[in-house]
Design a binder for this molecule. Structure first.
Ligand code: FES
Length: 105
């Protein structure tokens, strides 16, 4: 038993079963067995899954359709999100405080 997706404890056999059920892309394997849906979002297992698909379907790895990515692709510390929010809030306050020149009320 060879674990391929450490986050979800998905074995190579489970991935091969998914391919035999008709999965031919990383996303299809993900939908069937959840490989790539763990906390690392497939950063660790994606390459291994594509190698298994290529090997099982006997096609070059470049022909394995890449997965779709959804933001954020990397974990973002919440303090960075809050810093950006506060920066935008300050900017909005400055804009609101500026007198509008040339416009009649
Ligand atoms: S190792 Fe597969 S999602 Fe993290």
């Amino acid at each position: 038993m060879k674990i391929i997706c450490r986050c979800q404890d998905i074995t190579e056999e489970e991935i091969i079963d998914a391919i035999r059920q008709g999965a031919s892309t990383i996303d299809e394997v993900k939908r069937l067995v959840r490989a790539g849906m763990g906390p690392c979002q497939g950063r660790t297992c994606r390459r291994l899954v594509s190698q298994i698909i290529a090997r099982e379907l006997q096609k070059p790895i470049s022909d394995v359709f890449p997965p779709t990515f959804r933001p954020p692709n990397r974990p973002v510390p919440f303090k960075l999100v809050m810093a950006e929010f506060q920066r935008q809030e300050k900017e909005d306050l400055k804009k609101a405080a500026k007198p509008k020149i040339g416009k009649k009320p």
